[in-house]
Structures are given as C-alpha cells and as structure tokens.
Write a protein that binds this ligand. Structure first.
Ligand SMILES: Cc1cc2nc3c(=O)[nH]c(=O)nc-3n(C[C@H](O)[C@H](O)[C@H](O)COP(=O)(O)OP(=O)(O)OC[C@H]3O[C@@H](n4cnc5c(N)ncnc54)[C@H](O)[C@@H]3O)c2cc1C
Length: 317
C-alpha cells in the first residue's frame, strides 16, 4: 500500500498545485504509516518535488503535447496499480476536476474533490471539503477500499520538507484517444488567471473598455493577471477568458484586487478561495467590503493611478 500523488505540470514545468498536492500526500502517507509515490507526466525537474517530501518520483515521458483527461486518467490508474496505491491524490483545478472522477471510476474508488484539510480520520476515512461555492463544508466519508482525493488550491499549502529522492521511469499504455489537441493558442502571453499569485480584476465601475489601461498597468507593475466581472465580458469590454466567478473561472490567488466590482454573490463564489482580498469602490455599502481584508472607499480613477505610482517608487527603491 502507498499513497500516489499526481504532480501536474504544463510545458515541462510543475504547476504550483504540484507542490501543494505533494505536501498533502506526504502527510496522508504519514497518517496511514505508508510511503509516498509521486507521478509526473512530461513534468519538470524531479528535484523540485524532493523539496516537498517526494522521496520516490515515477516519471512518464511520452509524446502527449498537452493535458488529455482520458490519457492522464489511464496513466494515473496504471501507475496506482503498479505502485499498489490505495489512495490517489490529485489537485482540484479544472484539469484535476476532470481527471479525478475518471481515475475514481477506473479504480472503482470513492472520490472526494475540493478537499480543504487532511483526513480528520483514516478509519473511517473522512475528508473535509468545500461545498456550495465555498459557503459550506462537508465532512465526507470515503468508504471504498481505494480512494481518490482532489485537493482544493491554496487550502493546504506547499510545505517544504526536503528529502533525498529518486526517480524511476514508468511506461504506461495509452488508450485510444477520442480527442487530441493539435495546437493551443493562449489567450495572451501574460500570466494566466489560474496560475497567478496576484490577480487585478475590474468591473462595471470602470465605465468602459477605454479605461482598462490603468488596470493593465497595475497588473504589469505587480506581475499579475487581469480579470473582470461577468457583465464586463458580456458587454465585450474584456475577453471572456477573463471572466471570473461562479459562471466564470475560479481564482485562488494569494492577492485579489477588485476594482469597481460590487461583490455580488456570484462573483464572490469564484474568488473567495483567494487569500487576501483588496477592494476599491466608491460605495462604502458595496457588498464586496464585507468579504475584503483591506478596503479603499474611493474613486478608482483617483486611487489606481496613485497606487501604480507608489508601487513603481517602492519597486525602484
Ligand atoms: C446565474 C448568474 C450567474 C452569474 N455569474 C457571475 C459570475 O460568474 N461572475 C460575475 O462577476 N458576475 C456574475 N453574475 C452577475 C452578478 O450577479 C453581478 O451582476 C455582477 O457581478 C456585477 O458586476 P459588477 O460588480 O462589475 O457591476 P455592478 O454591479 O454594476 O457594480 C459596479 C461597482 O462599481 C462601483 N463603482 C462605480 N464607479 C466607481 C469608481 N469610479 N471607482 C470605484 N468603484 C466604482 C459601484 O459602486 C459598484 O459597486 C451572475 C449572475 C447570475 C444571475
């Protein structure tokens, strides 16, 4: 018996969630008194994973150019069987939420997505998960012999725990793929919302698309991704790829700056996994202030240029 963690990567680099799931899997293995095996698929330098406790890394190298849910699920299943793993840990990103259920079906395992904490008990096996767009928690028992856990981003954190690891290569048989990405055109060359540490987001309070220059400049100064509320993308002021919220992309950044966004429940549902929220709004009664860690009651057209100036001066100093 072992715990198998899938450390996801993109273009040969581990995603931030890879370090978080390795940290999580290491502790679950300790709870179960067993060892941790970390699976990578066309991933990065395994020594980056050793720093988080991945003593045994199993590497799959093949010609898959990008994520493919069917192929990845099959590889994870084969690795879990080869390593005798009864517990499989993945992340709960969009890709993780696609691959996790497929792995669970293939292994006839119970699946708990969006886990926010280590299992509170391993017998019975109980995992705390977020539910109802982060408005509630569910303590979920997985009663099957095999278990798949999807860890919610930024919920457990990446914890350094250096070990001297080793790498083993693993050859998995690929299933016949129904679909295959021929090429990928990214929305922009900038930081993507999913991977961003900092997100600068703006809403209808910006009045029009011509005013986004300062939002982009603030994002540039901070090395942040830009995002927006739903009406802004519906109006065509910004691309749909920037729409965040319940019906848009989820954001779990370390810092989320919301400018001229009221803080409707559907917007908050997508961003409340972010750690620190800063709100800039003219209306002191805007609901977003209740969810904010820091708030500035003020006009974005006055506050944002000053913020950019101060940040530039701070960076130069
Ligand atoms: C089923 C459903 C799903 C939805 N999904 C989403 C979703 O995924 N994401 C999402 O965002 N919305 C979603 N919505 C829409 C949501 O309910 C809100 O209507 C929307 O979030 C409001 O966008 P906003 O805050 O940009 O605009 P507004 O509500 O118009 O708010 C603009 C804010 O800007 C402030 N403001 C105005 N001028 C300035 C200024 N000069 N400086 C600073 N602040 C200023 C105002 O005080 C106000 O608070 C959904 C709605 C439904 C019904």
């Amino acid at each position: 018996m072992s715990v198998l963690v899938f450390a996801d990567s993109s273009e040969g680099k581990f995603k931030k969630t890879a370090f978080e799931v390795v940290s999580y899997g290491k502790k679950v293995a300790e709870q179960l008194g067993t060892n941790l095996v970390t699976l990578t698929i066309n991933g990065g330098d395994a020594s980056e994973l050793y720093a988080y406790g991945a003593e045994k890394v199993v590497e799959v190298k093949n010609d898959l150019a990008s994520f493919n849910a069917k192929a990845y699920a099959s590889i994870i299943k084969q690795a879990a069987e080869a390593q005798g793993s009864d517990v499989v840990v993945v992340d709960s990103s969009v890709d993780g939420l696609t691959v996790g259920p497929l792995v669970a079906v293939a292994l006839e395992a119970g699946y708990a997505s969006n886990a926010v904490a280590l299992p509170s008990s391993t017998s019975p096996f109980v995992v705390k998960r977020k539910a109802f767009s982060n408005k509630a928690f569910s303590n979920t028992e997985i009663s099957t012999g095999k278990k798949v856990i999807g860890v919610a981003k930024n919920s457990y954190g990446a914890h350094e725990n250096a070990v001297s690891g080793s790498v083993e290569s693993f050859t998995a048989t690929l299933p016949t793929l129904g679909v295959k990405s021929e090429s990928i055109q990214k929305a922009s060359g900038k930081v993507t919302i999913a991977d961003a540490d900092i997100v600068v987001s703006a809403g209808r309070g910006m009045k029009g698309p011509e005013n986004w220059g300062m939002i982009e400049e603030l994002a540039d100064v901070l090395g942040a991704a830009t995002a927006c509320s739903k009406p802004v993308s519906d109006l065509g002021w910004r691309p749909h790829s920037e729409h965040v919220g319940q019906t848009g992309k989820p954001v779990a950044s370390n810092l989320y700056i919301a400018i001229g966004i009221s803080g409707a429940i559907q917007h908050l549902a997508g961003i409340n996994a972010s750690k620190v929220k800063v709100v800039i709004n003219t209306d002191p009664e805007a609901p977003f202030f209740k969810a904010a860690d820091y708030g500035i009651v003020g006009d974005a057209f006055e506050v944002v240029p000053q913020l950019i100036e101060k940040l530039k001066a701070f960076k130069q100093a």
